[in-house]
Design a protein around this ligand. Structure first.
Ligand code: SF4
Length: 355
């Protein structure tokens, strides 16, 4: 007889968890305790906790494990690197099907941030990105996204027991808005006050310009921060770096950003990877200022992380570029290349592991 496919307990929303317990003859009253064990304690062996009620312990024993209805997402660390300053730790995590993804834990000034992946590989193909260079594998499930945050939090607890994981950025492997439903379900769980409890305003979704996803975020009033990777001030400049601009061009993207800003009243963070000779000239900075005029925008300038599949080099004209944008009235800051010595640009650890 064919067994129904197993599901991850971490893939269940709270309402689904209640339904599953009810179907297993356990009162929904126990869902809060199960949620807390999985999402607050991040327990990898919940059945072993002796403070659970007997009905819940029996349900876990009967329902979770080999040949049973559920499993737990507990990715295995296959590689770990630390930056030389010790502030960035990068993990290559193997999923149940053998694919692996990257997760980064960064700690600066007592602020700890996890950077997680949302897909295996990426379909967007940005030419300067190691993940884009490896192509698309598959979408991650909500549980696989949650499990990365739980892993980062576990590491933080072991190394800095007095600190909390307060920030999350979806800037690892993959385009979050290409995996919209799974990402939103994961973020609902991660921001739940009874679980990991990272505040929605401390969660950043980074997109390379998936226009329908940006509009959907606004229509659904999602409470997260939006970061848009722009990288070009004209169609030609952008499409040379970001092939997805062939699908949603620069004009459509900027219109979507204006609409997002008008609907939500929220600031948008624009990410700009500075590449010598490609997008770092004073003319480009002036065009960018014109393009964003009227949008509540913060511009993050990012020095290029060199990758073996792209011949571009980091710009040395960043400060002049920054001054032009600031003179036009935009907050404009540099994002540090945190942990570049551990290949912390997304996809770089996995590319190195494959080489
Ligand atoms: S930069 Fe982001 S969207 Fe572009 S290929 Fe890399 S992972 Fe995908």
């Amino acid at each position: 007889m064919n067994q129904p496919p197993q599901r991850s307990l971490h893939d269940l929303s709270f309402a689904e968890m209640e339904r599953e317990l009810c179907a297993g003859g356990v009162s929904t009253h126990h869902a809060k305790a199960l949620w807390r064990v999985l999402h607050f304690h991040g327990e990898l062996n919940p059945a072993a906790r002796d403070n659970l009620s007997p009905p819940l312990q029996r349900w876990l024993a009967n329902s979770v494990g080999q040949g049973k209805g559920f499993f737990l997402d507990a990715p295995e660390v296959v590689q770990e690197s630390h930056s030389s300053d010790g502030l960035t730790r990068k993990f290559l995590l193997r999923l149940r099907d053998g694919h692996s993804v990257e997760t980064v834990l960064m700690g600066y000034d007592y602020r700890h941030t996890a950077c997680v992946s949302t897909q295996v590989g990426c379909a967007m193909g940005c030419v300067f990105c190691a993940t884009g260079q490896m192509g698309f594998g598959r979408h991650l499930r909500p549980g696989e996204i949650i499990a990365q945050v739980l892993h980062a939090r576990r590491v933080l607890l072991a190394t800095h027991p007095q600190h909390r994981l307060r920030n999350l950025v979806l800037m690892g492997m993959g385009e979050p808005l290409h995996n919209y439903d799974a990402v939103m379900q994961a973020l609902d769980a991660i921001s739940n006050v009874r679980g990991i409890n990272i505040g929605p305003s401390k969660i950043s979704i980074s997109t390379v310009g998936v226009v329908p996803g940006i509009l959907r975020l606004a229509a659904e009033a999602r409470p997260y921060r939006l970061a848009v990777s722009l990288h070009g001030s004209t169609e030609a400049e952008r499409s040379a770096l970001v092939p997805v601009s062939g699908k949603w061009n620069l004009a459509e993207l900027i219109a979507a950003c204006r609409s997002y800003g008008a609907t939500t009243g929220k600031r948008i963070f624009f990410e700009w990877t500075l590449i010598a000779g490609h997008n770092d000239s004073p003319d480009t900075a002036a065009r960018l200022a014109e393009l964003l005029r009227g949008i509540d925008a913060h511009i993050n300038l990012i020095p290029l992380n060199p990758t073996s599949g792209f011949g571009g080099t980091p710009s040395t004209a960043g400060h002049a570029f920054q001054r032009i944008l600031q003179a036009a009235g935009f907050p404009c800051t540099f994002r540090q290349r945190r942990g570049i010595d551990v290949a912390a640009g997304c996809g770089q650890l996995q590319a190195a592991a494959r080489a």
